[in-house]
Design a protein around this ligand. Sequence first.
Ligand SMILES: Nc1ncnc2c1ncn2[C@@H]1O[C@H](COP(=O)(O)OP(=O)(O)OP(=O)(O)O)[C@@H](O)[C@H]1O
Ligand code: SF4
Ligand SMILES: [Mg+2]
Length: 334
Amino acid sequence: MPKSLLEVFDLKKHFTQRRGLFSSLTAEERFIPAVDGVSFYLKENETVGLVGESGCGKTTIGRTILGLTRATSGKVLFDRKDITCMPAEELRLLRSQMQMIFQDLDAGLNPKMRIREILKEAITVHHRFSDAEVERKTRELLDQVNLKSNKLSQFPHELSGGEKRRIGIARVLGVGARFIVADEPTSALDVSIQAQVVNLLRDLQQQLGLTFLFISHDLQVVELVSHKVAVMYLGKIVEMGLAERIASKASHPYTHILWSSLVEKQNREAVQAPTTGAWGVHDFERPLHGCRFAPRCPVYHAQGRPAICTDPASEPELRDLGDGHYVACHFPLG
Ligand SMILES: Nc1ncnc2c1ncn2[C@@H]1O[C@H](COP(=O)(O)OP(=O)(O)OP(=O)(O)O)[C@@H](O)[C@H]1O
Ligand code: SF4
Ligand SMILES: [Mg+2]
């Protein structure tokens, strides 16, 4: 049985943000519990999909577990080593195995460097190799992401979006990634290219035994690539389980609405899955106690607004429904 590569325990990342036109004078601050007590794990060679509306904390989770942003509290174990309290130099070395593919196609692609130099930099950041070895590894990387060697002499601006994404993937492989946080890896690409990138990531996972935290708004893609799915709402994971079970037998009212809207979308093609737009801007200033989904929850309303849902003392915790399916709701759907 594959062992856990990453274990996250009660992770919190809170921000404070100045607000208002005269914020520097009034020192008025807004508290944002972007990640507010999240626990999950990933096994080797597994993909966990992370979904939820814009602003719910997905990228912050990714950045915090890689140590790119310091956690407010909680613990992150990578290969059983606690990276939240690791000395900077040790973390720097370990980070070669934990990399992020950023949503921005140009991230990590220095516009002044040719692709050959970009890949060389990645390959040699943590290791010394002879020139011949670097050349061999560079060509191997290009081969792995299905690009021709004539790309080596080009600059990033000469590449298409799909080619930039492939070089971005080659870069993290060059550094030595075993665990990759892929943050919306297809969202900046044309629809025709998205499937190619998804297939590439799946092929690489099989060939190299990679482990992915796959962040996406696109539920169809998440369902396709993920073994397990975690659903986030305002800084919390509200449901987690095997991808097919989350997609077809959601227990949390929010998950149910997300996937129902996907079915609607498939039926009507033109309608978007609900991101921020569908229900208006959601906000961390809405209920900070009890269940954060209550103001929008059809079950809560249908049940006559039971106090247990909004009582500060009874915030719904993730409960095990069996078979690795967890839900945080007082009235899970049957
Ligand atoms: N450096 C920061 N300082 C202050 N607030 C931040 C910072 N980074 C993120 N936030 C806030 O934390 C919350 C979560 O942001 P995050 O980017 O993690 O969301 P997300 O789920 O990735 O959204 P999207 O789907 O739009 O990428 C948001 O309210 C955001 O404004
Ligand atoms: S705990 Fe209550 S308000 Fe929250 S999702 Fe469940 S039914 Fe809805
Ligand atoms: Mg994000």
